[in-house]
Design a binder for this molecule. Structure first.
Ligand code: PA5
Length: 427
């Protein structure tokens, strides 16, 4: 279970005084009759997911791992952030896996796109194109380029076998391509939006290809549903209430998610999309930011400690790391580090965290919410992601906004289409 510690938030929060509001919001989630209620498919997905498709995902992942050097994951926003967050969190940044995962379709940068295409010239690769709408420009353009390269390298028939598409079951441009060329197809259910889709094929196929135990991940999700899907004694709702209180009554407009793991940078990106796109509407909502300590203490630390008092921190701690590294003895001790000899880096990092919380809270007067996860493994991560999704839905309903739409994102997409002269968008 994720532990929530509110003893450093610099105010007394009476969680029980929110009982009625929480019950009301909980009912909206449960009965799916609040704003965006049609997009609550994720809430019970850890139990209701398509078991037959799940097995197909495992088979496809095996085939991809056996036959290709690279999997190109082609998607943007909710159609790639969850998978990337999970893969980097669990496999780290410098793993030795036999297959390399490359993210594509999340940028229009010609530099990045050209570099990836050049790199793929001498590699065998499969593509997992992920797009619910099938019309997202970044992804669609990247997919066209990657598909052309694949066809040029191995021919139309083999290319069709190397393309795996995740999209809506019934509509969209990508679905038409799948039907025409016979790509293997996986579903992003119509009642689940991109940023809540990590338990669907959107997240699971790339994760399985990266060698992650997706059964354990889904077990964690199920555990998450049990622990954080209930109205009372629910740490996810407790976290939602603390951040709500700090926003509404503390008047802090920014929440900074802090981790101590470089492998969790992308989890921060996923979390920012989840909360930012869900909460940021009707000119309300916390701005989600993220940082990795101790790295960013050497860049943002000064601002957090003594700059404008705009933010509170949410510190995600991992109680038991999978590995540790011991500081060795040195005969000369010219670097003066022998006092740490025999100590693990985890111990040193935890002391850094303790000292930083004290500095930011006691001296800097920056509220800190502490979240702790026992272990960062596939099961733990599956549970953690559910915790955040449930907390996010609760936060939005407490703020009276629809957690599941993103009308603001559509504005930029439409403007871009108009400026590019896309048929149907010229006025
Ligand atoms: O959360 C969202 O809805 C967005 O971030 C989308 O996932 C993103 O825009 C990609 O959309 P699509 O899957 O239709 O290509």
């Amino acid at each position: 279970m994720i532990k929530v510690n509110a003893s450093h938030v610099l105010r007394d929060i009476d969680i029980s005084s929110y009982k009625e509001e929480v019950n009301k919001a909980h009912r909206l989630i449960k009965e799916r009759n609040g704003p965006g209620g049609d997009y609550l498919g994720w809430a019970h997905y850890p139990e209701t997911y398509d078991k037959e498709e799940f097995e197909r995902i495992i088979e496809a992942a095996k085939e991809i791992r056996e036959n290709y050097e690279v999997l190109l994951v082609c998607g943007i926003g909710g159609s790639y952030l969850g998978a990337r967050a999970a893969i980097e969190a669990l496999n780290g940044l410098h793993g030795h896996d036999k297959i390399e995962i490359i993210y594509f379709g999340q940028t229009l940068s010609p530099n990045y796109v050209k570099q990836v295409l050049d790199y793929l010239e001498n590699k065998t690769f499969a593509i997992n194109v992920i797009s619910k709408s099938g019309t997202t420009t970044e992804t669609a353009v990247a997919f066209r380029l990657a598909r052309d390269l694949l066809v040029r390298k191995i021919g139309k028939e083999a290319a069709a076998k190397a393309i795996f598409a995740t999209t809506d079951k019934e509509k969209g441009a990508l679905l038409q391509l799948c039907k025409k060329y016979g790509y293997r197809r996986y579903v992003l259910p119509s009642d689940i939006g991109g940023r809540y889709s990590v338990y669907t094929a959107v997240g699971l196929l790339p994760m399985a290809v990266a060698g992650i135990d997706i059964r354990a991940f889904m077990n964690g999700a199920k555990k998450g549903l049990e622990l954080y899907g209930k109205p009372e004694n629910n740490p996810a709702y407790e976290y939602a209430l603390i951040r709500h209180e700090l926003y509404k009554n503390g008047k802090y407009p920014v929440e900074m998610l802090v981790t101590y793991e470089p492998g969790l940078v992308q989890l921060g990106e996923w979390w920012k999309q989840l909360f930012g796109e869900s909460e940021g509407k009707d000119h309300t909502g916390l701005l989600p930011d993220s940082a990795t300590f101790t790295t960013d203490l050497h860049s943002l630390g000064q601002f957090i400690q003594e700059g404008s008092p705009v933010l509170f921190e949410t510190i995600l701690q991992i109680d038991n790391p999978a590995v540790d590294v011991i500081v060795p003895h040195d005969e000369d001790d010219l670097d003066g580090l022998n006092y740490l000899e025999g100590k693990g880096l985890d111990y040193v990092g935890k002391k850094a965290c303790e000292g930083t919380v004290a500095a930011h809270v006691e001296t800097g007067k920056v509220p800190n919410v502490l979240l702790s996860l026992d272990k960062l493994d596939a099961e733990g991560l599956g549970e953690l992601m559910y915790f955040f999704m449930r907390a996010c839905a609760m936060s939005c309903y407490l703020n009276d906004v629809n957690p599941f739409n993103q009308p603001g994102v559509e504005v930029y997409k439409k403007n871009m289409f108009r400026l590019l002269g896309k048929p149907g968008y010229t006025k």
